[in-house]
Write a protein that binds this ligand. Structure first.
Ligand code: ADP
Ligand code: ZN
Length: 617
């Protein structure tokens, strides 16, 4: 292990392994298969890169995404490791050259796209090589249960079978559901692997849900809190991406866009602008981000609620990969549910799915959407909600999400609940949530009058409760199982056994946000509490740190990144720069103590950063 730690320091500049990394590195070095299930940003790549440097033969990394491979190879080369990738972004000439070097044992690590594995040229090149380790990145792609099933992943076991000597097989993913895990083990033929599941919690992320009257203003507030920092804004539709991006540009922000309707060329160009810090804000649909490893994203705003918690956590998780405090803000509106339901209707089933399977898949999607919606309505700890979704148990209070940071008071809503349930019970037909709350509130819309709902004895019985609050109570009842919202194309509200208990007198107590005065909404208290858990990004950066110095180091990093033609975060992460500002190293020894500064990088850039650090302002 000692040796592994030395390598970690030398090439990557880190002093110690993180939770779980050591177990997996150890396992691989002892010749055992491993399965690492770790959330995005936990540091999966180190787990196979360190063994790759210590094992006698070469390591093949199977990866589904071109951008991810390029990023990793850039980073490795920067750290002084010889690595290459083999995928469709190379010209035939480049591809042949890479294969040739590989054959000459020039690389310790080669990233390869799954569809290349069984090609003649690749098999030919690999024939006499010593392959110590095959590492499968994003291993959930092999499972049809997962979201990103890639049939070419099924070629991996066939490929391994062809090899003369069976290498160690390592698999990594951030998707933790049981079905997926079992699929990976079975399909990859892993032998008695060391399986490690690390916590899914990302402590540095602060989760916020808002239901603002004006999303644009709400988004601007977040952006203004992160002036000069990078962020991503996710929208559900291309049209909205265009609108938001345009408005940002008009407001003077450095913003760019990404969605499937743009040409490959523009997408590529815009993505690079963002990665290379030429643009600060990326406005995108969910088409953006797979394999993006930009570590200094300080906030992710969801302009719409995404389709499920898996997507949400993956997208929000692109904030703060360097471990610094970052914001994840979801801006909810009722329309988001409608849009997502529309997408589910339009969803294309996998080619080989029969009608019955397609139906099941849709139902599953609606179930997931419902859980996502409840996330927007819960008054409990948001982090806890997410962790429970992934089968983990949190503490119930994180102190770093909008619910933990909001004052709630308990309110007895039994009467309103009885009126709503009474309304549903008195109906001779099934209606959706909006129709019911509208009618209970006393709406005279033509739809309600036509359906004769004004004849319902409970019509208008909740007219003294504001509509948004009525919907909140309905959602609360549904989340508690005291009402059921069906999974149909037009979901309707039905009674459950819990409904009767409430009609018979069971109390319903709900946490309601305290209405704070409009000005300065409890700011002092907010930042106070947040401080315990790392505080806000801006506070953190401003704290004891010389902001001017940080900016100068950032400029130097950008300069070097341009010379080297790689994204700035590949030179040093924000976290490393922050540490430099705090520790103010004066010598090589001191500089090497900064997390993220390894020997190779010191040789390349150490002096320039030392000089910048010594310059007085
Ligand atoms: P994942 O693939 O799990 O999403 P990465 O491998 O991209 O995560 O790692 C996320 C970030 O954490 C990277 O910037 C990486 O350099 C950093 N990191 C990984 N291991 C360590 C460690 N032991 N100490 C400090 N930083 C680390
Ligand atoms: Zn919380």
């Amino acid at each position: 292990m000692y040796q592994a730690e030395q390598i970690l320091k030398k090439y990557f500049g880190y002093d110690s392994f993180r939770e779980g990394q050591e177990t997996l590195v150890d396992g691989i070095l002892n010749g055992q298969d491993v399965l690492g299930i770790m959330p995005t940003g936990a540091g999966k790549s180190i787990c196979y890169q360190i063994p790759a440097l210590l094992l006698p033969g070469m390591t093949l990394v199977v990866s589904p995404l071109i951008s991810l491979m390029q990023d990793q190879v850039f980073s490795l080369n920067q750290a002084g490791v010889r690595a290459a990738y083999l995928n469709s972004s190379l010209t035939p000439g480049q591809y042949r050259t890479a294969l040739k070097y590989m054959r000459q044992n020039q690389y310790k690590i080669v990233y390869v796209a799954p569809e290349r594995l069984l090609t003649e040229s690749f098999l030919d090149a690999i024939q006499d090589m010593d392959i110590s380790l095959v590492s499968v990145d994003e291993a959930h792609c092999i499972s049809q249960w997962g979201q990103d099933f890639r049939p070419s992943y099924l070629k991996i076991p066939d490929f391994v079978h062809i090899l003369k000597k069976r290498p160690v097989i390592a698999a990594f993913t951030a998707t933790a559901t049981r079905e997926v895990r079992e699929d990976i083990l079975a399909l990859l033929n892993q032998q008695d692997p060391i399986t490690l599941i690390t916590g899914f919690d990302r402590e540095n992320l602060r989760f916020t849900v808002r239901q603002p009257a004006d999303k644009w203003q709400a988004a601007l507030e977040v952006i203004r809190e992160h002036e000069q920092e990078c962020g991503i804004i996710y929208c559900l539709t291309r049209k909205l991406v265009e609108e938001v991006c345009e408005s940002l540009v008009r407001a003077g922000y450095l913003a760019t866009r990404y969605h499937a309707g743009l040409s490959d060329e523009e997408r590529h160009h815009n993505q690079d602008d963002f990665l290379y810090d030429r643009q600060q804000i990326m406005v995108a649909t969910n088409a953006f981000g797979m394999g993006i490893d930009k570590s200094n994203v300080r906030y992710v705003i969801h302009y719409n609620m995404p389709k499920n918690i898996e997507s949400y956590y993956q997208e929000a998780g692109r904030a703060g990969r360097d471990g610094l405090p970052s914001d994840c803000v979801l801006l909810y509106a009722g329309q988001d549910v409608v849009t997502n339901n529309f997408f589910i209707d339009k969803m294309e089933a996998p080619e080989d799915a029969d009608e019955e399977t397609a139906k099941v898949i849709r139902e599953r999607e609606r179930e997931r959407l419902k859980k996502m919606t409840w996330y927007c309505f819960t008054n409990d700890c948001l982090r806890d909600y997410i962790l429970r979704y992934f089968g983990e148990y949190g503490s119930g209070y994180c102190g770093n999400c909008s619910n933990c940071l909001t004052k709630f008071r308990e309110e007895d809503v039994s009467e309103t609940a009885r009126n709503l349930i009474g309304f549903v019970k008195a109906c001779s037909w099934n209606y959706g949530l909006v129709t019911i709350t509208d009618a209970a509130h006393g709406s005279r819309s033509s739809k309600i009058l036509k359906a004769g709902l004004d004849q319902n004895p409970y019509y208008g019985s909740c007219s003294n409760v504001p509509l948004p609050k009525l919907r909140q109570i309905m959602n609360h009842l549904a989340a508690q199982g005291d009402l059921k919202i069906t999974d149909d194309r037009y979901p309707v509200v039905r009674l459950t056994s819990g409904s009767d208990e409430i009609l018979q007198g069971r109390q319903v107590v709900m946490k309601m946000a305290e209405e704070l005065p409009k000005t300065a909404p409890g700011k002092t208290e907010l930042s106070d509490k947040a401080g315990k858990k790392g505080g806000r990004p801006a506070d953190h950066l401003q704290g004891d740190m010389d902001r001017g110095l940080f900016e100068r180091l950032r400029t130097l990093r950008l300069e070097i990144a341009r010379e080297e033609k790689v994204p700035p975060y590949i030179i040093f992460s924000d976290k490393t720069l922050v540490q430099m500002c705090l520790l103010k190293p004066k010598s090589k020894t001191e500089m090497l103590r900064v997390s993220g500064v390894g020997e190779v990088k010191y040789e390349k850039y150490g002096e320039r950063f030392l000089t910048a650090l010594s310059e007085e302002t």
